[in-house]
Design a protein around this ligand. Structure first.
Ligand SMILES: N[C@@H](CCC(=O)N[C@@H](CS)C(=O)NCC(=O)O)C(=O)O
Length: 211
């Protein structure tokens, strides 16, 4: 049984990924709702990003490091990393691409201007949307192609790759541009529909003000 604490707001897709890992393992945890960049979070992550965790004497930040730790320290099923070397490499390839090309563009081009800015009473900067849309289209098209109609991103089981991407697509689907793009991407849409049936995904749905 874990004595784990998450530091990070539940509206963050990365915090949701960590929560999903713990819920998949049926581990209990507490969460401190710290916002990115807050003084509190700067004690937990050198750049004030969310999430970070503490588990007894261990202090960790960066979502991938945290998820690998949870999967290996709490080794009960389901295993969230494939055993097969090629499948494991494939999983890390997809996560790495998400971290480099996926999340930064989805956030800057859709999630921030269409969802966060209005919540903060700001107007969307349309030039941000237009500047990032080509990279978003390319990233989503690659994710769609690589799914090849499979239920999970890698192999026959759900893995960390699914747990990283799904929380971002949750927000992308709330934007008109995202909805339009996804409607033309059959594999990605079917994969996401399947993810919406996963209990740990449903149970961690963030409550957005006004949504
Ligand atoms: N590389 C970090 C990224 C986490 C991240 O970008 N979190 C966002 C919230 S979803 C954040 O803290 N943003 C604030 C910032 O980038 O300064 C990880 O994998 O944990």
């Amino acid at each position: 049984m874990s004595d784990l604490t998450i530091y990070g707001t539940t509206i963050s897709p990365f915090t949701r990924t960590v929560r999903m890992c713990l819920e998949e393992k049926d581990e209990t945890y507490r969460i401190y709702e710290y916002m990115p960049g807050s003084d509190e979070q700067k004690q937990e992550h050198p750049f004030g990003k969310v999430p970070a965790i503490r588990d007894a004497d261990l202090h960790l930040y960066e979502t991938l490091a945290i998820c690998v730790y949870i999967d290996e320290e709490y080794a009960t099923d389901p295993q969230l990393q494939p055993r097969d070397a090629v499948e494991k490499a494939d999983m890390f390839q997809r996560i790495s691409l998400y971290l480099d090309e996926g999340y930064p563009n989805l956030f800057a081009g859709l999630i921030f201007p269409r969802l966060v800015a209005p919540m903060q009473g700001k107007r969307a900067d349309e030039s941000d949307v237009q500047a990032h849309l080509p990279k978003i289209e390319k990233y989503l098209a690659v994710a769609d192609k690589e799914l090849r109609g499979q239920r999970w991103m890698v192999g026959e089981e759900m893995s960390l790759a699914d747990l990283f991407l799904a929380p971002a697509i949750y927000y992308v689907k709330m934007t008109p541009e995202g909805q339009k793009l996804l409607s033309g991407l059959e594999n990605l849409s079917a994969w996401y529909t399947n993810m919406t049936t996963v209990e740990s995904f449903r149970d961690t749905a963030p409550k957005l003000p006004g949504k």
